[in-house]
Design a protein around this ligand. Structure first.
Ligand code: GDP
Length: 379
């Protein structure tokens, strides 16, 4: 069954033009799950009641839709499959499910849908009465867990922009407690569920998505280790390894992440891409907004420096440091060079392992761009 591609109706807005490389995705009938059988990429499923904000999350994070535009999104009535692998470093598909999906419906092929799923994100509208959503969450968790016990279960307590700080904590506590109780009563207390407070009106949705994606990256501890070594030898306070297109950070050093630093780094990526799109592209048809020349230094008025360097076609390293640390830019650049080589080696090893064992379909794990030695990495 063919459905119109809704990307045509909702032009990408924000920093990245569509030509930057977003795949257009597609829609599939719930009953047409058979057409999805052949898909092999790990999946992140977005589930939750109708109107909870699933499509908005997907559009804002992966299609640069501005939050205000989501007001005009139509209800999801079909499974919307979005393949973000063409544009991102991390390769996965996001399946956006209609809220009214009925797991008992015989046409719902749970084996296919939950089988190759890496993470299931259940979205709860925190501005609405959530008891029905919690019932649905329990059914969803038990059904998915029965099919695939390796799935990571994540709950986005969403639209918290409408809640006061106290209310946010209270709501999270309530939802957390009720879910744990429900799981215990159903003898499913071995299911591990993580909760996040999210909103598309700030960076919380990007941060939450980053954490979800990171859990699916097998090389995460190695990447964190490399970042730790890099920052401690370079006088850097914080460093994020960003997937440029989605602004998801796929790794950071092990010091705590504060939202403000993350937001600053996201904003820096926007600035670099915007300026590059306007003034940097030689040819309008070229996707040259981010390339091996991409780097940027922004000095803030509080003696802080933001430093961005391209790691490969998809990844950027964004660092925050004090101005006096940046006086030794030569050392930082040298260390960055070594860091970039190490990253390349990590993924080369991964690629070789995949090639030799043909494990590309490792359930749940995210496939990374393996062609780092080809076009992706610039030496
Ligand atoms: P879906 O049916 O779960 O896909 O829900 P939609 O994505 O269509 O969203 C339903 C409504 O919620 C839309 O009007 C969105 O603008 C709104 N919405 C989505 N996310 C947020 C959020 O973080 N905060 C607020 N205040 N509204 C949101």
């Amino acid at each position: 069954m063919a459905f119109p591609n809704d990307d045509e109706n909702y032009p990408a807005v924000g920093s990245f033009p569509r030509e930057f490389g977003y795949s257009s995705g597609g829609e599939y009938d719930v009953n047409g799950a058979g057409t999805l059988v052949s898909e092999e990429k790990p999946r992140i499923l977005l589930m939750g009641l109708q109107g909870s904000g699933k499509s908005s999350i997907q559009k804002v994070v992966f299609h640069k839709m501005s939050p205000n535009e989501t007001l005009f999104l139509e209800n999801t009535t079909k499974i919307v499959k979005d393949d973000v692998s063409n544009s991102s470093f991390v390769q996965f598909q996001i399946w956006d499910f209609p809220g009214q999906i009925d797991f008992l419906d015989p046409s719902f092929d749970s084996e296919t849908i939950f089988g190759g799923c890496g993470a299931l994100i259940f979205v709860i509208d925190a501005q609405d009465e959530y008891s029905v959503a919690l019932d649905k969450l329990l059914v969803t968790l038990s059904k998915a867990y029965a099919v695939n016990s390796n799935i990571r279960f994540e709950v986005f307590i969403h639209k918290v922009d409408g809640l006061s700080e106290d209310n946010k904590i209270e709501t999270q506590g309530e939802i957390h407690q009720k879910t744990n109780q429900d799981l215990m009563h159903s003898k499913l207390d071995n299911i591990n569920v993580c909760f996040y407070l999210t909103s598309i009106y700030d960076h919380s949705i990007f941060e939450a998505f980053s954490k979800v994606v990171q859990k699916l990256i097998p090389q995460l501890p190695t990447l964190e280790n490399l970042l730790n070594i890099f920052i401690s030898n370079s006088g850097i306070d914080k460093a994020f390894l960003f997937d440029v297109v989605s602004k998801i950070y796929i790794a950071t050093d092990s010091s705590a992440v504060d939202m403000q630093s993350y937001e600053l780094c996201c904003d820096m990526i926007d600035v670099v891409i915007d300026v590059s799109c306007i003034y940097g592209c030689k040819d309008e048809t070229e996707n040259g907004a981010f390339d091996e020349q991409s780097s940027s230094i922004i000095k803030l008025n509080n003696n802080t420096v933001l430093y961005l360097r391209e790691v490969n076609k998809f990844l950027a390293l964004v660092c925050i440091m004090r101005e006096d640390s940046f006086e030794k830019q030569g050392i930082i650049d040298y260390n960055f060079h070594v860091f970039r080589q190490a990253i390349q080696e990590v993924f080369n090893i991964h690629r070789k392992t995949l090639e030799s064992s043909e494990e590309e379909k490792s359930p749940g794990g995210i496939n990374m761009r393996s062609s780092l030695t080809n076009d992706a990495i610039r030496k």
